[in-house]
Design a protein around this ligand. Structure first.
Ligand code: SF4
Length: 269
């Protein structure tokens, strides 16, 4: 059950959330709070956009909670806390607008451009960092940079500003569509799972080919198509091959190493 004040910003948030989970989330107003026990019984998550009057008079709500046989010492704080957790995904990105297109300095046959996402995407950057293999996240500057499979260079700022380079002119539209899909996936992930743990980000920051190599079987058997485990580790690190290509790693004795590498190398989205 979640409680939100019905203000402009909150209204946008709850609309986004409602779209995200249309079959699980019921949106109630003050007038239909009596439906709350029934909906809870059906397994719905409840969102209550409420007026200041309710925030100032929590007994209005706690009466309903008692009806649900819930024992909560401070129902209002609990609900506000849950609402804050639910809102951590902020608002879903829906458009990216190109602001300026220029010739690419590195390759005149391509273009670079600046674009703007319609919402702040700061909270999505750590998720994308873990998802994208060839990425770098500088938290202090609030920016994520990555290289796409087509060797396009991308920087995403928390403010929603996008700088892209080495993009073929005819690819701009498809590039923006791919990027928006990626942001929406990250938004959905964040809404469901919350922010990635700092411990995972920390390990990801330290990830390098040697760390990957240290967790491979080190048999140099060539079954992955590479002559050595080190060569395979470099390719894995660069996202140029799949972990499953190393079949010996599937053996039970390597389970711990396999799970470690899967956690680091497999996209989280
Ligand atoms: S299949 Fe695995 S163990 Fe064999 S060379 Fe490749 S990485 Fe090393």
């Amino acid at each position: 059950m979640f409680l939100l004040r019905l203000e402009e910003e909150t209204l946008r948030t709850y609309k986004a959330l409602y779209e995200f989970t249309p079959n699980q989330l019921a949106v109630l107003t003050l007038d239909d709070l009596d439906e709350l026990p029934d909906l809870c019984g059906q397994g719905y998550r409840i969102l209550v956009p409420c007026a200041v009057e309710l925030l100032e008079n929590p007994s209005l709500l706690s009466g309903r909670i008692e009806g649900l046989n819930m024992t909560v010492e401070d129902p209002l704080s609990l609900l506000i806390e849950e609402a804050a957790l639910l809102c951590r995904g902020k608002v879903k990105p829906s458009t990216i607008e190109v602001k300026k297109v220029l010739p690419c300095v590195a390759d005149p046959s391509k273009v670079r451009f600046i674009a703007q996402v319609d919402v702040n995407v700061e909270s999505l950057l750590p998720v994308l960092y873990l998802h994208l293999k060839r990425s770098n996240y500088i938290e202090a500057l609030d920016v994520l940079t990555f290289t796409t499979d087509r060797e396009e260079l991308v920087s995403i700022y928390g403010s929603g500003k996008i700088c892209a380079g080495k993009v073929k002119p005819e690819r701009v539209e498809g590039f923006l569509s791919d990027l928006l899909n990626l942001l929406v996936k990250a938004f959905n992930y964040l809404s469901l799972h919350g922010p990635p743990p700092e411990s995972l980000l920390e390990v990801r920051r330290k990830l390098n080919p040697n760390m990957v190599y240290q967790h491979l079987p080190k048999l140099n058997c060539g079954k992955c198509g590479e002559k050595t485990c080190l060569a395979f580790a470099v390719k894995l690190f660069l996202g140029e091959c799949e972990l499953e290509n190393c079949t010996p790693l599937g053996e039970e004795k390597y389970r711990e190493n396999r799970e470690f590498l899967q956690k680091l190398l497999k996209p989280i989205l």
